[in-house]
Design a protein around this ligand. Sequence first.
Ligand code: CA
Ligand code: CA
Ligand code: CA
Ligand code: CA
Length: 304
Amino acid sequence: MRVVFSFLALAFLFTSCDDGDIITTELDFDDTFVATNCDDELICYKIKTEPSESLSVLISTTLEELIETTVDLDNDLLVNLVDFNPVFTNNQFNYRTYSNTITSDIFCSVIPPSNLGVTNDYPTNVTATFEITLIEDDNDGIPAAFEDLNGDGDLDNDDTDGDGLPNYLDADDDGDNVLTSTEMPNYSTEFELTQALDTDGDGTPNYLDTDDDNDGVPTINEEGVNTPNQNPADDISNNTVGADYLNVDVVNNIVATAYRVHTINQEFQIKLTLTGINLSVLTQDVLEFGTLTSTNSRAVTPTF
Ligand SMILES: [Ca+2]
Ligand SMILES: [Ca+2]
Ligand SMILES: [Ca+2]
Ligand SMILES: [Ca+2]
């Protein structure tokens, strides 16, 4: 329903009349857009068929510059967007119609396709305003809401192992070098904390328990079989029982010296609004161009 509403809203934006102007243009583009680096610039565009039309705007930036992050001043394991609201002026905007079917390769191709059959081309200069949001998650199988251990609604102040990574970004919440996803085999979309594995039955689920088998040797030190590789899950003396950190009868104690590398997934939501549109066929000068979602990841290793 939300998408349908957006379509209608966009169509209305371009079909309203003023002072008797006859507006024949009706746009019903999707509310997402595509962005491609083109030389030193970024082209943001959207295309449709039946009829073939395109909207495009060329902006003096790159996708990498838009989503650039910088290390947090208070915690070098965290990052922040350099600019969450960049504005660019004097960008070339084109609304085009075509007689032939078009594909995305009409933009920024070394050899543009021939016979596009452009029937109308409406160019103008616009101001492009971005609103960028960065959402990070450890994708460890524990929904972020359950990583708010003290229930105060603030995800940043829950850090079970004290390594500087709050639990919702920490793929190894208890800091025992066994990934939370490995310690949570019972994960389901209907997640309940009571489903969490608790091998030693001490009331603390494995993913928050630093001695999972309660044998007195911290899980992070149970790396006696292989050369320590910051992964106790692959140290198995008895295949029947499983990894030594879950085997109360194996108590190899190799003192750990490092945390494992942590991967943090990133989702950048990039919303673009164009203003200052000055086209004879349109009366409005503002266009909610749409939203682009870009994903990435980063790796950090907390100080041991
Ligand atoms: Ca942590
Ligand atoms: Ca976590
Ligand atoms: Ca554990
Ligand atoms: Ca053990």
